[in-house]
Structures are given as C-alpha cells and as structure tokens.
Design a protein around this ligand. Sequence first.
Ligand code: AHR
Length: 486
Amino acid sequence: MAVITLNPRSGKGTISKNIYGHFSEHLGRCIYQGLYVGEDSPIPNLRGIRKDAAEALRKIHVPVLRWPGGCFADEYHWRDGIGPRESRKRMVNTNWGGVVEDNSFGTHEFMDLCEQVGCDAYINANVGSGTVQEMAEWVEYMNSDGDSSVVLERRRNGRENAWGVKYWGIGNESWGCGGNMRPEYYADEFRRYQTFCRTYGQNRPFRIACGASDFNYTWTEVLMREAGRFMDGLSLHYYTVCGDTWEHKGSATDFSLEEYYKTLFKAARMDELIAGHDAIMNRYDPDKRVGLIVDEWGTWFDVEPGTNPGFLYQQNTMRDAMVAAVTLNIFNRHCDRVVMANLAQTVNVLQSVLLTEGDRLVLTPTYHVFDLFQAHQGAKEVACFVQADPAGTEKWCMSQISASASEKDGVLTVTAANLDAEKPAELCLTGFTATQSAARVLTGDIRAKNDFDASPLAVRPLETRLADGNVLLTLPRCSVAEITLS
Ligand code: AHR
C-alpha cells in the first residue's frame, strides 16, 4: 500500500500557471505545418493558424508560449518577419535542417497565435548575432503606444495598439549556440541589454537572463553574483536523454524496460537540479525575487527513422507521459522558486503535445498529462508526503509513486503517477476530509502511443468511479491520475 499524506495547512505558495507553458521554435515542422499553414492552405485555418492546433492548446489552457527559439532566436532578426509577406527576407535556417525560412510567420502572426490560443507571449530576443538597438526597437514595436516611427511602422502593418508583451528572454543558451560566451562576459551583456529593454506605460518587461544547462552551477553562481539584481528571471535547460551520448539518444518508441526506468530516473533528477540551482540563488536572493524559468525541458530521443535529422521529430509514448508527470510534480513542489516552465516543443518537435501529418492531428500521451494537471494552474500548493515501495532496477531505482497536490476554490487536486511498468499500486490518501471524490486516469503499456493510422485515440484519460469521499484507489501500472477531493 502506498500512502500520500496531505497537509493542506502547509505548502510553498501559489503554483504559477506559467509552469504549464510551452515552447515553439522555427524548427522542423513546429511552426510551419504544425501551427501555421498559411491562409491559402486547404487545412482549416484562421489567418493561417491551424484551427485544430489552436483549439487543442486552448483546451489545456496553455498559459504562455515561448518563441522564436531556441538556437534560432540568436539568428533571428525580427524586422525580417514584418510587413507584406511577399517581400519578406528569405534566409537559411542554419541551426535546423538548412531549410529556407521565408519569414511568413513573424511577430504579427505569433501574436495572433497567442491571441487565438489565449496565452501570453514570451519573446526570446537575439543577443548572439543581434544588437541592443534591434532588441530595444522590438520591445518598442510591441509595447509602446508613443508617437514614434517604430510605433507608426507597427500601425502601418495593421496593429493599432501595443500588445504589451511581458516576458522577454535576453539571449538563448549564450554559453553555446547563442554565442559561446563565458558567464562573466554574458553577465555584462545581460546587464547592458536589459537596460534598454524599456518600460512603456504600464508594460514593464519581466527580464529573463539566459541560465545554465543542466548541472552547470558555475553559470548560475556567476550570473547571480554579477547580474542577479538586474534580472526578474533566470532560465534553466534540462533535457531527458535516454542514451549515453548525443549521437545515440535512444529510440522514442522502441525501448527496453530498463531504458524505461533509466529515462524516468534521469527525468526525476530535475528535483536535485532545481534544488542545486535554488541553493545558489538563495545566497544572492534569499527572498526568491528572481524566478527560475525552466524554459526548455522534456525528452530528447533519436529522430523517427526516415525523417530529417535537423527536424527533431519524435513519437511520444506513455514513457513520455510519465516523464511529464514526474517533472510537473517536481515543478509544483518547487513553486516558490520555479515560476515558469516551457515544454520543448509544442508540435512535431521533441516531446510534443501535438503531432500533425497533413490535415491530421493527434494528441500525444504528454498532451493528456497537461490536461490532467490543469487544476494546479494558479492553485495553492499543498505539502504532500509520499510513502511507497521502490520501482525500477537496482541501478535505476526510484519511488514507485510521484505526486504533488494543490487546493483551489475548496477543491483539493492530487496528481499521482505509478512509475512501475508492471505492478499496480494500492493508494491511500490521508490528512484531510472529503465528501466527494473523482479521478481521471491515463494508463497503458510503456510503449503505447497515439498514431495517425492505427490508433489515434489509443491513449487517453478515463474517468474512474470512486465512492463519495473515497480515499483509496488502485493506480494501474504505468499510469498518471488526477484525483479531486472536496
Ligand atoms: O529545443 C531544441 C534546442 O535545444 C533549442 O533550440 C536549444 O535552445 C536547445 O539546445
């Protein structure tokens, strides 16, 4: 029997809805085909944006979307993507597949996408190959209603009022594809760029500094020491890779039981990673004013056979769903420091929530986890203590149960995952009284997936009947559950 003890009087504060954010880059078929098909496409669209994709993202209440990259951000010049589409500059996407980028999806199209999805925009500005002036004018273009040439240009391009974009990333992976900078150098660059990321009217930008990759604690130390007081957020990137090298990351669908546990074990290291970066941040920022923004996370496997290696297209199975559940539970439990996270990447790239093929679209197992976790957005975190058997192998050993809990409007929501691939878990929840309870459960074989031809709906959550107020339930093997108590 596994026991989750809840303490509704104790928790770390509010779970930011932005923990449930996403990331969409000009990479492979994420933007083009996945989200944007153009107005003349036979695929149903509103001003070029796929209706099915926008609707699916609206249903899981995507709160914030990061764009245009990724590595692409540090080669992106925003002026190439405004004005009449037929005269927009063409470029080669040197980071991703060497394909032609015709800039038909630019600032106005992205903001339209955000409006259709109902989410906030998170713009990542170019530091690697851009200039301070270029970034400053982008901020002005998007956030000012003043009487300036830049604002007039926006109005000529069809947008009267400022959008008021709050979240601004200053460079991406500046230690790597964003310029191969040393932390000391980047800290100075960040201080300079953020100075000109101006406030217009009520639109004060939330300035996000480029943070570390994985366990690079030195980067966080230097950034916090040299520039901590100038930033509102510091990013962190962590991908779950099953293979031992970047050349052999492992297949997304064809994996062994051991690889299943290895992947979950590595995903669960997000906990130690956040604790490590948080400990450094605490020395410079004990009040936790600076948010940790995990703006790239998720699984990264070998591309599907026969697809462009530069497009990073991978299928998505119950294993990915379990990674999502484990990770989102960790974010919830660190909600005092983690204020935003962005899964990489929304459609057709890495751990996507949506996959498309022509006019067809499937919801991945990962999509359903975001659905099951929705109630946590903006809720008060509730401390929960898990006692459970171990799961996994001797080498990749972890608790059988991953969980987090929150409370909103008198409803307590517990999200629990049974990581064991073979054994169900008898689960008991204690520490509160409830008169009504309900559960939705996502489960399947570790390799179960939704695909276009055979089984687009193979993996989807099912309602489980619980006796009123019941606090005992069985979690099937390899499952994720949303349990609500009131
Ligand atoms: O998400 C794919 C790539 O991974 C991003 O462009 C980059 O920031 C990271 O290395």
